[in-house]
Design a protein around this ligand. Structure first.
Ligand SMILES: Cc1ncc(COP(=O)(O)O)c(C=O)c1O
Length: 440
């Protein structure tokens, strides 16, 4: 065995308390631990966990299932059409490792950062949003999920309604429910949220918040049409409400997309938009650096909640972000994933059209990492997803994307988390097997 392996093994044994190491003397067997404590009776917790909150207007429920679908690793041999992040081969692993090691050597890297984030990083985020957004209006946060949680908690008290797109990201619905909010769905079509229905929903509910993904919406891939952008802001402004803009995959634009619309926040002088953007989707789920951008008194509220909940984002990670986005590897990486995601989208679209023509594919997105398919009338989503898993492909059912009764069955298929075109073809073949079994 190599000395490195031996010292790693010793370190593991020491961490487990089985050996003690004495520098200069060697490694020795540790004294045996006292035998394990008897298993207690935890059944009282069932009562305790349900007893509180009986008086809540909207019961708070924490359900992680919608989030875990795109985070959990599939069983061995199963093709991952349900992943929410880039396959390791698409992640900028070397650039991230280099950035982290350079960051660790920066002066003060392990010191306490300013609570709102490093000034240069706030500046970088502000420039990438554009328009009236300045560094002073940016808070560095710990991934989109945490930024959305902060935004919803800041903007709506427990029991309040919050308007959400329908369908939308289940992780955001989970945040709303965990905060005791009441998600109210507003349908989207191929051009994003439907403004007339948005205005109706504000009138009917008195909501003060609307959560919107104007670019490559999850799950539909829709982009908010140019003529709807101003309308959405105007409707929200007239309702005295905020728009939380979740700009989660701007950097996953496909090579063949036209020029991208600016974030809504860039065209918002009145502080209607609270903007959220995250770097995880273009890097790795562990690169949990994101930003909240806002202006007006709401900024103080966001800042207070962020500090109370999490203090700040670890400084080494913020320093690593500056190293990464300032490196020559960063624009190269973005170009690579842009080409690769387009190729994968095309491969998946072609395979689906050939082998699964009965699954409707109403919209081919020019950004993001997934396709949204409509199942034939009467097809049972749970039966199909279970059959797919038996056939060796994990797919995401549509139901968790709807906050109320869905208008039909859907599947979301991700093409970013698989190894490449070969797995895409094989995954679609396996899905065909599942459809043959379930749809007849
Ligand atoms: C629409 C949307 N917003 C936000 C997130 C949160 O991502 P992260 O916390 O990794 O930035 C996700 C993750 O899947 C998402 O799909």
């Amino acid at each position: 065995m190599s000395p490195v392996t031996v010292s790693r093994a010793l370190a593991m044994l020491a961490a487990e308390g089985l050996v003690v190491t004495r520098p200069g003397a060697g490694a020795f067997r540790a004294r045996p631990r006292a035998s394990a404590a008897p298993a207690g009776d935890t059944s009282w917790q069932e009562v305790a966990l349900s007893a509180d909150g009986a008086g809540d207007l909207v019961p708070r429920s924490v359900d992680a299932s919608g989030v875990l679908v795109s985070l959990a690793a599939p069983p061995p041999g199963v093709i991952e059409f349900n992943g929410g992040y880039l396959h390791p081969s698409l992640q900028p692993e070397r650039a991230m490792a280099a950035a982290l090691s350079r960051a660790g050597r920066r002066p003060g890297a392990w010191g306490r950062p300013p609570m709102e984030g490093l000034p240069e990083l706030r500046e970088w985020f502000a420039r990438s949003v554009g328009g009236p957004v300045t560094a002073a209006g940016v808070l560095v946060t710990s991934g989109g999920q945490s930024a959305l949680t902060t935004a919803l908690r800041a903007l709506a008290p427990p029991g309040a309604p919050v308007l959400v797109e329908s369908p939308t990201y289940p992780g955001m619905l989970a945040i709303a429910r965990a905060a005791g909010l009441r998600p109210v769905p507003v349908p989207v079509d191929a051009d994003g949220v439907r403004p007339a229905l948005l205005a109706d929903a504000f009138r009917a509910t008195g909501a003060r918040v609307f959560v919107c993904q104007p670019l490559f919406q999850n799950p539909t891939g829709a982009v908010l049409a140019p003529d709807r952008r101003g309308e959405v802001l105007r409707i929200a402004r007239e309702a005295g409400a905020f728009v939380v803009e979740d700009d989660f995959v701007r950097r996953l634009v496909h090579e063949d997309a036209g020029p991208l619309p600016r974030p809504l926040a860039a065209d918002d002088p009145d502080g209607v938009v609270v903007h959220v953007c995250s770097l995880t989707k273009a890097t790795s789920p562990s690169f949990r650096v994101s930003a909240l951008a806002a202006h007006g008194p709401v900024l103080e509220r966001l800042r207070a909640i962020q500090v109370v909940d999490t203090f700040f984002v670890p400084r080494p990670l913020q320093e690593a972000t500056l190293e990464l986005v300032g490196s020559a590897a960063w624009p190269r990486h973005l170009r690579t994933i842009s080409a690769e995601l387009r190729a994968r989208r095309d491969a998946m679209t072609a395979a689906l059209r050939l082998r699964l023509p009965e699954l409707a594919l109403p919209h081919i997105p020019s950004g993001g990492y997934h396709l949204w398919l409509r199942l034939p009338e009467g097809a049972a989503e749970p039966a199909l997803t279970a059959a797919a898993l038996r056939a060796g492909v994990a797919v995401t059912p549509g139901r968790p994307y709807f906050s109320a009764e869905p208008p039909g069955g859907h599947l979301r298929l991700s093409f970013a988390a698989v190894a490449g075109a070969g797995e895409i073809a094989e995954g679609v073949r396996r899905l065909r097997t599942a459809c043959d079994e379930v749809l007849g």
